[in-house]
Design a protein around this ligand. Structure first.
Ligand SMILES: *Cc1c(COP(=O)(O)O)cnc(C)c1O
Length: 387
């Protein structure tokens, strides 16, 4: 007889497997080392914001560091502290701060601060002075994305103030960076030129940043002149394409790290003309078999992909029919044999026959980034491969 503890664990696991996002850390490591080789001699920062794009920040960070990344990047300081809490000691840069962001704690925990204004620079210098230590900062110039970053007309004032703080030992300008709009070759070139001007001004002010960085995945792979000392790789880590031009992850030599899967929870045979799911947007054109997948928009499956997405079930890709609901959707399996409990893959590595997250993005008129980052909290993350 199975010991009760084990039976309970098996039951718990079976329940979990109704909705599972399986993360392949070997794929993460391969993707990072592939990119690291390609961008060499530039170094690699792996971006693990938003819980590593839904893949789990700590396991991904550990795998990435083992694969050759030397920096980690996040948006918020809370995300940086979570990495430190997990014992990760690699350099971490956080770049998106509100007015009350805990800079003192950042300095104490050795988190580098992305600096987008004179105010932020002054607070970093103030907390460092109070703690009689030095704050590591990366000054961000807005080269044309018009989000955060120091506007070019304020750059001179910021680099001069930073140089003064550096001479006083309060600040170390470890980096200068910017971010591209990925709009066209022309805007890339204009942003690159603006970045070069900002670097020249920083240097003229007496700053000598260790890392100059501009490129995220898209430019790191296609625009060698944007690599500088360091590239910030988010989406490529996860084996999802950064491009909207049809270039797949496989074309880039990258493997999707997340497989989203579940198990069929109901199967029914229906007559021709049967209406399916809310609003009956689909009627069976013939007698057919329908299988019910227990994931819906609450789990991040875009409702926009109703009638357009596909899943891998019983050895083939099968169409989603009718509306995707909060917790479930229906797929048409025709005359094939499918049973309750059969595994279904919503997306994964296309080499396995499954659709990719990028395929779901196309079906929902969005980008693969949004598909993987929006997987909901009911979906259990499990891991395979070596962190
Ligand atoms: C998210 C982000 C990145 C990573 O971009 P990918 O396209 O995912 O590689 C890099 N830099 C900044 C500033 C970001 O916000």
């Amino acid at each position: 007889m199975t010991p009760p503890r084990e039976a309970e664990a098996a039951e718990a696991r079976a329940v979990e497997l109704v909705r599972e996002a399986r993360i392949d850390l070997d794929a993460v490591r391969r993707n990072v080392s592939t990119i690291a080789e390609r961008v060499h001699p530039a170094a690699v920062m792996v971006v693990v914001k938003a819980d590593a794009y839904g893949h789990g920040a700590v396991p991904v960070a550990e795998a990435a560091l083992r694969a050759g990344a030397t920096w980690l990047g996040v948006a918020d300081l809370a995300e940086a502290f979570a990495l430190r809490d997990a014992g990760i000691t690699a350099p971490v840069l956080a770049w998106l701060h509100d007015a009350d962001a805990p800079f003192a704690r950042a300095v104490e925990r050795d988190v580098d601060l992305g600096i987008s204004s004179l105010d932020q620079l002054e607070s970093a210098a103030r907390v460092a002075a109070e703690a009689t230590t030095t704050a590591n900062v990366h000054l961000k110039i807005d080269t044309g994305l018009s989000r955060n970053g120091v506007p070019p007309e304020q750059w001179q004032a910021v680099v001069q103030a930073a140089a003064a703080h550096e001479r006083a030992g309060r600040i170390r300008v470890r980096g200068v960076f910017s971010h591209l709009a990925n709009t066209s070759a022309e805007t890339d070139a204009a942003q690159l030129a603006s970045f070069e001007r900002a670097l020249a001004a920083a240097s003229a002010a007496g700053l000598a940043p260790e890392v100059r960085h501009l490129a995220s995945t898209a430019a790191a792979l296609r625009l060698p002149e944007a690599r500088f000392d360091l590239v910030r790789i988010g989406i490529g880590t996860y084996g999802v394409t950064p491009y909207g031009d049809g270039t797949t992850a496989a074309d880039l030599g990258l493997t999707p790290a997340m497989t989203l899967r579940g198990r069929i929870i109901a199967v029914r045979r229906v007559e021709p003309g049967t209406g399916v799911s809310y609003d009956h947007t689909w009627h069976a054109p013939r007698a057919t078999t329908l299988a019910l997948v227990p994931l819906g928009y609450a789990d991040g499956i875009p409702r926009q992909a109703s009638g357009r997405g596909e899943v891998l079930l019983a050895g083939r890709r099968r169409p989603v029919v009718g509306r995707i609901a909060m917790d479930q959707f229906v797929v048409d399996v025709g005359e094939d044999a499918v049973a309750v409990g059969d595994p279904v893959v919503l997306f994964g590595d296309p080499a396995s026959g499954a659709p990719s997250a990028d395929d779901w993005a196309a079906a929902a008129d969005t980008i693969g980034y949004e598909i993987v980052t929006r997987i909901g909290t009911r979906v259990v993350r499990t891991y395979e491969g070596r962190a």
